[in-house]
Design a protein around this ligand. Sequence first.
Ligand code: 13P
Length: 254
Amino acid sequence: MTKDRKLIIAGNWKMNKSVAEASDLVTTLKRDLANVKEVDLVVCPPFTALSDVSRVILDSNIRLGAQNMSEHGNGAYTGEISAQMLKEFSVRYVILGHSERRQYQAESDELISRKAHAAHAAALKPIVCIGETLEQRESGQMEAVLATQLKGSLAGLSHQQMEETVLAYEPVWAIGTGKTATTEQAQSAHAFIRGVLATLFDETVARRVRIQYGGSVKANNARELMEQPDVDGALVGGAALEARSFTEIVTNSI
Ligand code: 13P
């Protein structure tokens, strides 16, 4: 399948995998995905495994992502990890504003936007997550929620920074539930998001930004999702924890 935008498929391992398990997983992925050129491949292990995973994927087609970072530079912020620290492990991407962080760590759009600026200042590419809850969808607020999240989380980014930002549309009701958005639901949300980007930035930026879908992506639904004109990749949770399912998602998407 051909699209102007290169697909980007990322595995968000969340709070899973020991260092040894992470190394094993990425060693298998490196072998099994070695010939993939059509898709940008990213793995996002927990912080504790970044160092070892980074060493395994050196000289491979797999890039490293982190799951979060501080909005601050180095300093007195106990328990936080800065962009500079991530750079030491050749991290290229950082997931920001995942719904689990919005929910459990009360991350706001304003905070996510500060983190996005800090990421760009360090030449890290943010993967900014947005998505509505079931309640919001069912009460007809989906578009308003997405528009607010986009406006707040992307505030103040230059056009160039926005083009180097990846968005992930992750409907909260589809995360870890086995309920995938239908292809029509995914496509219509992605098209809406692209429309908002055109308003916030311009048509060119909107055309260039890659928008991933996330939420119960599996080997058996990846292809139909990736075939949607405005779906440019996937942010995969559960199915990224095993080499075989992640590899199948990638190969089924090409
Ligand atoms: P699942 O693929 O497990 O639904 O998780 C999606 C997700 O939250 C990726 O960031």
